[in-house]
Ligand binder design. Structure first.
Ligand code: HEM
Length: 538
């Protein structure tokens, strides 16, 4: 058979499809009227002025003028791929989510991203990476919107605008574009010390991954699962790359950033095109749903804390394989809309105050970014389960809804019952206990230890990893203009570890503040990229 026509990137050209805009061979206006010429505007004589009546000219330029949409307010730069998730069935005892039942295969779309840089920034900047997966399940869409670092900067979503304002380029000079080497970033993390844990993770090699294919992913928050018997447990989600976790050295990241700013997106697309499909195993750390929601002194509602894998092993529940590239970057990678509130029966949220704020933010921002409230109808965002909602009209409406009564029950349109029956496996909000006293604007005491886990992270590193961490802090802090900010961050490092603090202080030419008496920590080998390689399932 004749080879399929391919674009230079290997994708099948979309004209093969009867998409709304590329039917037939002849060029037309958007109304389907055939065009004789698209290279010359209509003029009063060959050398005369252009006529306003040139509808084709106006349509072509007007459309072009409106081609750009706002980039994501965070995670603007990304690359994505389609794939499949195969369930091992091992999660069936903890969740009734159908896509985790034995033998299920679910189509997915995964988008990787940097957080801070703009859409045109370089891939190899030191930053956290987003790792968001849309599972198009038979019970509705489930989004796991995580990062490659298992903790977050802040504990409460109300600070999210603040940490992002601090991390984005300075408002006066709009620099630096995609690095954390600036005063406002270090000002924030040294004043809001809960950010120190996340910061040491991305000052380590995890901040400059070798490839999206070689990153872990984490759901970060604790989620609540329900099984078929209605029993609940608390879980953390983990993605483990079968290629292992690998990073660039700082020097490599800098050189590649200059010579190939698209390094990570090219790597992902090329690997898939070559048939070297990246794979991850999805794992769960399962904890009892005890009313305190604590484990070994760790508050499970605090997104700046991990549960060491040595204490609660990660159990494999399925495998993700990314096996085909998007055909059109804008239609798919740019227009995809993830939301941590896209849940399916068997998976629910907890009261983590960071997660609670996220539940509001994504839908809200996407109404602006994607031009109105109907972006769930875009092909990439359409559920693969049947949709029958009562949402109507609005900008960008694609549906031609039948009937006259978008309310339930009704006596005009067949009036289906208001709720699904219990046997229909509908999403159920789990009742949760709330505190007796409500309306409190303060953190619990259990959110107040900001240094023990960063110390555990440092203590778990090999010597080479430690040397990289010291150089990273020294480089990034060395770019700050304000000495007081460097000194305040050194004081934070002194509370993490004296050796770390001394190393950075020496490189900066500043005195090292004295560390207080620091309690011992037990290293967690899984935190090291050297010690923590995921054993591939036999
Ligand atoms: C986008 C992860 C916290 C607001 C994203 C994306 C990821 C992500 C991966 C990119 C999704 C994509 O590829 O399209 C996380 C994680 C968080 C976190 C793991 C903490 C555990 C927050 C918080 C807020 C927030 C606290 C706000 C209160 C946003 C917004 C976007 C975004 C507005 C852009 C969404 C869009 O335009 O489609 N986040 N995020 N995130 N995040 Fe978060």
């Amino acid at each position: 058979a004749a080879a399929e026509p391919r674009t230079p990137t290997g994708a099948v050209p979309s004209a093969d499809d009867a998409t709304t805009a590329q039917q037939g061979e002849r060029l037309t206006t958007s109304q389907g009227a055939r065009l004789r010429d698209t290279d010359h505007s209509l003029r009063a004589g060959a050398r005369g002025p252009v006529l306003l009546q040139d509808h084709h000219l106006r349509e072509k330029i007007t459309h072009f003028d409106h081609e750009r949409i706002p980039e994501r307010v965070v995670h603007a730069r990304g690359a994505a791929a389609h794939g499949v998730f195969e369930s091992f069935g091992t999660a069936a005892s903890v969740t009734c989510a159908d896509f985790l039942a034995p033998g299920r295969r679910t189509e997915v779309f995964t988008r990787f991203s940097t957080v801070v840089g703009s859409r045109g920034s370089m891939d190899t900047a030191r930053d956290t990476r987003g790792f968001a997966t849309k599972f198009y399940t038979d019970e509705g869409t489930f989004d796991l919107v995580g990062n490659n670092i298992p903790v977050f900067f802040i504990q409460d979503a109300i600070k999210f605008p603040d940490v992002i304002h601090a991390a984005k380029p300075h408002p006066d000079r709009e620099i630096p574009q995609a690095q954390s080497a600036h005063d406002t970033f270090w000002d924030f993390v040294s004043l809001h010390t809960e950010a120190q844990h996340h910061t040491i993770w991305f000052m380590a090699d995890r901040g400059i991954p070798r490839s999206f294919r070689m990153m872990e992913g984490f759901g970060i928050h604790t989620f609540r699962l329900t099984n078929a018997d209605g029993e609940t447990s608390l879980v953390k989600f983990h993605w483990k790359p079968l290629l292992g976790v690998h990073s660039l050295t700082w020097e490599e990241a800098q050189m590649i950033g200059g010579t190939d700013p698209d390094f990570h997106r090219r790597d992902l697309a090329d690997a898939i095109e070559a048939g070297a499909y990246p794979q991850w195993e999805l794992g769960l750390q399962v904890l009892p749903d005890d009313p305190e929601q604590m484990f070994d002194g760790i508050d499970l509602l605090d997104p700046t804390k991990i549960i060491p894998e040595e204490l609660v092993p990660v159990q494999r529940v399925g495998r993700l394989t990314l096996d085909h590239n998007p055909r059109n970057y804008f239609a798919e990678t740019e227009q995809v809309a993830f939301h941590p509130g896209n849940l399916v029966p068997g998976i629910d949220v907890t009261d983590d105050p960071l997660l609670q704020g996220r539940l509001f933010s994504y839908l809200d921002t996407q109404i602006t970014r994607l031009g109105g409230p109907n972006f769930a109808q875009l092909p990439i965002n359409r559920a693969h389960a049947p949709v029958n909602d009562m949402l109507r009209d609005g900008y960008g409406q694609q549906a031609d809804h039948a009937g006259v009564a978008p309310y339930r029950p009704n006596s005009l349109d067949g009036g289906c019952p208001f709720t699904a029956g219990a046997d229909e496996h509908a999403f159920e909000d789990l009742p949760v206990r709330v505190a007796e006293s409500v309306r409190e604007r303060r953190n619990p005491e259990s959110f107040s230890d900001h240094f023990t886990q960063p110390r555990m992270f440092w203590a778990s590193m090999t010597d080479v990893e430690k040397a990289h961490i010291v150089s990273a802090y020294a480089f990034e802090l060395g770019r700050c203009y304000e000495t007081t900010i460097r000194e305040r961050q050194l004081a934070c490092l002194a509370q993490i570890d004296p050796e770390l603090c001394r190393g950075v202080a020496e490189a900066l030419g500043l005195p090292a503040p004295k560390s207080p008496d620091l309690p011992d920590v037990t290293p967690s080998p899984a935190l090291s990229q050297v010690g923590g390689t995921w054993p591939v399932a036999g």
